[in-house]
Design a protein around this ligand. Structure first.
Ligand code: SAM
Length: 211
């Protein structure tokens, strides 16, 4: 089967996907109006996917690397079971302020703890089992995040990596980020410790389940 690259297909997928809560629509609009790189936001299609995956997996602890303005954390928080919580981290104080304000306004905000600091430090300081991880921070460290997360998982834990198609640049890697993401896709696809599928949703979502 040929890959699906039809004009309008993303809009069609959005049209046939459930709406998001009004607060997330407002947060996305605020992000586009106020942030320097608003296109980094995951948005509705991937946000609804995250919410549903969390709802299916029922994790007690979700770890997110790369909070930005909080859209993906709030999407996942919506799907959590009772007692479930999210630890999310970022290094950008401007994004932190937008995210924390959104968490404070949300009925799901008390489920989210925002930690400031480099993702690798946040991860290494964590001595709890990660049931579900969403990695969406700096691409050059993805491989290190993968190994650190794996040591804190259990069989059945889920790890998602965003941007794993990198706007197609993984097909013909030209710089360090392209090569890092291509190398991680190759590592994961051959790694006996996990099962995986690389989803062509948005910019590519690597869905990994720990054996
Ligand atoms: C693509 S955005 C995350 C988008 C977010 N998940 C959402 O749905 O809106 C990437 C974020 O990673 C953060 N970041 C970059 N390097 C980081 C690092 N070393 N540690 C933690 N966060 C980092 C950036 O500040 C940025 O906010």
């Amino acid at each position: 089967m040929k890959p699906l690259q039809l004009p309008g297909i993303e809009a069609y997928a959005l049209d046939k996907t459930r709406p998001e809560p009004a607060q997330l629509t407002a947060l996305e609009a605020r992000t586009w109006a106020s942030m320097k790189n608003p296109q980094m936001i995951t948005g509705r299609l991937e946000g609804r996917l995250l919410k549903l995956l969390v709802q299916i997996c029922r994790p007690q602890l979700v770890l997110e690397l790369g909070t930005f303005t909080g859209y993906s954390a709030l999407s996942m928080a919506e799907g959590l079971p009772d007692g479930g919580r999210i630890i999310t981290c970022d290094v950008d104080p401007v994004a932190r302020d937008v995210a924390q304000a959104a968490f404070d306004e949300s009925p799901f905000g008390t489920r989210i703890e925002l930690r400031m600091g480099p993702a690798l430090e946040t991860l290494r300081a964590l001595d709890e089992t990660i049931d579900f991880a969403f990695v969406d921070a700096d691409k050059l460290n993805y491989q290190a995040y993968y190994e650190e997360i794996l040591t804190r998982t259990r069989p059945g834990s889920v790890i998602l990596f965003d941007n794993m198609l990198w706007s197609g640049r993984v097909l013909d890697p030209a710089d360090d980020e392209d090569r890092a993401l291509d190398a991680l896709n190759t590592t994961i696809a051959a790694d006996d410790r996990v099962e995986n599928v690389l989803l062509t949703v948005r910019d590519g979502v690597q869905l990994v389940v720990v054996k």
